[in-house]
Design a protein around this ligand. Structure first.
Ligand code: GDP
Ligand code: MG
Length: 458
């Protein structure tokens, strides 16, 4: 749990007994480089390395020595005895000069002393297994390191500090209480209805579903920050798709010519708007063609459209939406968000504008002059459902799926309501789905614990 990290290791923790070591800093040259070691009984390990006996959590100036006593480097030695460390085991850190050779020599020395090289993510894995972090927090560690924008970094920190986990755990507590009520009622079938009414089971269910909807909203924003938005530029040849990509990216990425069919392969670029990564994909113009290379490009375009979050359909402002465009729209996946762009307004003399045309938003702009591009950026964010907020926590597809499953089981539970066994079963499934986010309370034993304390007045 995020509020109060449990000190009891998870059942799977036993296997993590070996000592692991890794170069913790990025490869290459640096003023300082760090080798990190985690395992049991590392005080002796630190002494053997440095012939100093480090004090817990204090920096000790030390010489790190090879087996023959020759000094490899001097630097700072840190020792964090279990369980007060990142991994929950003894952790030793060697802060030395950040050259690749020095780092390799120090790492080799650690291996001589019995450590093995850590696998990717193994320190964080041990932190999870030892109850220092839950799953959502462990994922946030990577998301923080990988954050592509400042907004993504801020929301990853929020998840790492347990904001997301706290919300999930609060939901779990409500859900478990409701389950306990229902399970208790199952044991006393005569008083089912009275009891559920007295305990306000339906009211609890309402509050639970409302709270879940709010968490879902925040997590969906976090998913956008984490994964970004996949935008496909589609339309007939020569309407200005490649010019628009270049304009959005601020660079000449795609080849632009007055010849239809210039773009055949996909051209991708990632830019950011308000901290949201936009993955923009320029495609081959959609038309009937005999050119086999262009045909492959058109197939690829449709494949990208299937994976997109938003399709921007470009048309020439001088001709507007034609039957051919309508045919393209007819082939788009039904659920897909769509935006129409009337390009080349510099040739029509019209100004940039955004209008709602019933079947979606349309924007008039010029890829050539740049007029109206900002309207497009904002419209893309809005279509994606981005609402600037300070309280977003980073979330992944996995989390959203778990929240959606929870929501579905709660909906199903409601439908079963007069039939208590089925209601109870759906609540149990909802709990399992929700618990998979943090990896906490997976089993029914917690229910048993709460149940044991439950007073049903009998
Ligand atoms: N005047 C004007 N010309 C444009 C604009 N956008 C693109 N073009 C021109 O239209 C032609 C086709 O552009 P391109 O980006 O290759 O279109 P694509 O086939 O859809 O990728 C090129 O000659 C571009 O210079 C625009 O906003 N205004
Ligand atoms: Mg093109």
């Amino acid at each position: 749990m995020a509020e109060k990290p449990p000190t009891t290791p998870r059942p799977e923790a036993g296997e993590a007994a070996t000592t692991i070591a890794a170069i913790a800093t990025a490869p290459g040259r640096g003023g300082i480089g760090i080798v990190r070691i985690s395992g049991a009984g590392l005080l002796g390990f630190a002494e053997a390395l440095s012939s100093k006996r480090p004090k817990a959590r204090l920096a000790t100036v030390a010489e790190f020595c090879a087996v023959d006593g020759r000094v490899i480097d001097s630097g700072l030695l840190l020792y964090f005895p279990a369980p007060h460390s990142f991994t929950g085991e003894d952790v030793v850190e060697l802060h030395a000069h950040g050259g690749p050779v020095v780092m390799q020599l120090l790492l080799a020395r650690c291996l001589e002393l019995g450590a093995r090289i850590a696998e990717p993510g193994e320190f964080t894995r041990r932190a999870y297994l030892n109850g220092k972090l839950d799953l959502a927090q462990a994922e946030a560690v990577i998301d923080l390191i990988d954050a592509a924008t400042a907004a993504a970094a801020r929301s990853a920190v929020r998840s790492l500090q347990g904001d997301f986990s706290r919300e999930v755990n609060a939901l779990l507590v409500e859900l478990i209480e409701l389950r306990a009520l229902v399970e208790a009622t199952l044991d006393f079938p005569d008083e089912e209805v009275d009891f559920l009414e007295a305990a306000d089971a339906v009211g609890r269910m309402d509050r639970l579903q409302q709270r879940l909807a709010r968490v879902f909203g925040r997590a969906r924003q976090g998913r956008l920050l984490h994964g970004g938005l996949h935008v496909v530029l589609a339309g007939q040849p020569n309407v200005g798709k490649s010019s628009l990509l270049n304009r959005l990216a601020g660079d000449e990425l795609a080849i632009v010519t007055p010849l239809p069919g210039t773009t055949r392969d996909l051209v991708r670029s990632t830019l950011q708007v308000e901290g949201i990564p936009l993955h923009v994909i320029d495609t081959a113009g959609l038309r009937e063609t005999q050119d086999p290379i262009e045909q492959i490009g058109i197939e690829r375009t449709w494949r990208e459209i299937d994976r997109a979050d938003v399709v921007v359909l470009l048309v020439d402002a001088r001709t507007g939406v034609s039957d051919l465009d309508r045919a393209i729209v007819g082939q788009l996946p039904k659920h897909l968000a769509r935006l129409t762009v009337y390009n080349k307004i510099d040739l029509t003399g019209g100004g940039p504008e955004l209008h709602d045309q019933g079947d979606g938003v349309a924007i008039s702009l010029s890829a050539k002059s740049g007029e109206g591009i900002d309207l497009l950026r904002q419209a893309l964010l809005r279509i994606a459902g981005w609402q600037p907020a300070e309280d977003v926590f980073i979330a992944r597809e996995r989390h959203l799926r778990a929240l959606a499953d929870t929501r579905q089981h709660l909906d199903d539970a409601r439908e079963r309501l007069p039939r208590l066994e089925l209601f109870a079963e759906e609540l149990r499934l909802a709990q399992l789905a929700l618990a998979s986010i943090t990896g906490e309370f997976g089993a029914d034993d917690l229910l048993g614990e709460i149940f044991g304390r439950f007073c049903i007045g009998k």
